[in-house]
Design a protein around this ligand. Structure first.
Ligand code: AMP
Ligand code: MN
Ligand code: MN
Ligand code: MN
Length: 281
């Protein structure tokens, strides 16, 4: 039976800084036994991560973190144990990737109006030919000295009401959960304490999520404070959701928490991995 699960991580295939192989090796060295690779809106790192996990002697859970627009807000839904070949999921993610390409051009046009030239080019260079994210713009703006760190770039340029902000439509909640279920996976609301939703809004989100077949809540997240974790644990209990645990690791430079250091799930909660065959193996 495994004890050390980390079910939310990123590689260079989206906005992490490590290759899938380096991520898996680092996780294994840190004592992680079951690792989910959950890059934003892409499954392109799964094959490499799977081979690396086999070599390192740990379990790899194929996953993806899907960008969702709910109630005019961006919400992230982590998909676990999906079949990476599932056509509906693949088609859905392709649409989100196309939106990202368009959005990157648009962010560049907006930033140019604010006097920052060449941002799309710079971001593309940081993205290294794979999926492009606001994080890549942030890395470029730090590089050219427009802000001191990623957090400062987001605050100054990339969030709502700032010059480089571009709003748009990601997947619908029901749509994303549908793709995940059609791919045989489980849907989990990522880092629920980070959306700054009021208690009642968060309950509404969870109710709608459950109605369309969502199962889990990320109770333990690298980005949650201890208080957040307690609040989310109560919510999981009250709403009868399975509990998940993930670092949301993006690489050693900017980690909320290093791999292998996540606190355990509160013991009375039912973990999302409870029914997984390998749990009993
Ligand atoms: P995108 O999905 O391209 O809109 O980019 C969202 C990503 O940006 C998230 O997954 C985080 O990794 C990163 N991010 C969002 N807000 C911040 C912030 N305030 N500081 C640093 N990184 C952030
Ligand atoms: Mn990210
Ligand atoms: Mn996220
Ligand atoms: Mn994430």
């Amino acid at each position: 039976m495994f004890t050390h699960y980390d079910l939310h991580t990123h590689s260079r295939q989206s906005d992490g800084t490590l290759t899938p192989t380096a991520l898996v090796e680092r996780a294994a060295a840190a004592g992680v036994e079951v690792l989910a690779l959950t890059d934003h809106d892409t499954l392109s790192g799964i094959d490499e991560a799977r081979s690396a996990a086999r070599a390192a002697g740990i379990r790899l859970i194929p996953g993806v973190e899907i960008s969702v627009t709910w109630n005019r807000q961006t919400i992230h839904v982590v998909a676990l144990n999906v079949d990476p070949a599932a056509p509906e999921l693949r088609a859905g993610l392709e649409r989100l990737q196309e939106f990202r390409v368009w959005r990157a051009e648009e962010i560049g046009r907006q930033l140019a109006k604010a006097g920052i030239e060449g941002a799309t080019e710079g971001a593309r260079r940081h993205a290294q030919g794979v999926l492009i994210s606001r994080t890549h713009f942030a890395r470029y703006l730090v590089e050219i000295g427009r802000a001191k760190d990623l957090r400062a770039v987001f605050k100054k340029f990339l969030i709502r009401n700032k010059p480089g902000h571009v709003s748009g439509q990601w997947a619908g909640l029901e749509e994303a959960v549908g793709w995940i279920r059609a791919a045989g996976g489980q849907a989990v609301i990522a880092h629920p304490a980070r959306y700054r939703l009021t208690g009642s809004k968060l309950r509404r989100l969870i109710a709608e999520f459950r109605d369309c077949g969502g199962e889990g809540l990320e109770v333990v997240s690298g980005s949650h404070s201890q208080q957040d974790m307690h609040n989310m644990a109560s919510l999981a209990r009250q709403c009868g959701l399975l509990a998940s645990r993930g670092s949301d690791y993006h690489g050693p430079e900017n980690a909320w928490i290093e791999l292998g250091r996540l606190p355990a799930l509160p013991a009375d909660l039912t973990p999302v991995w409870q029914a997984w065959p390998q749990h009993a193996a």
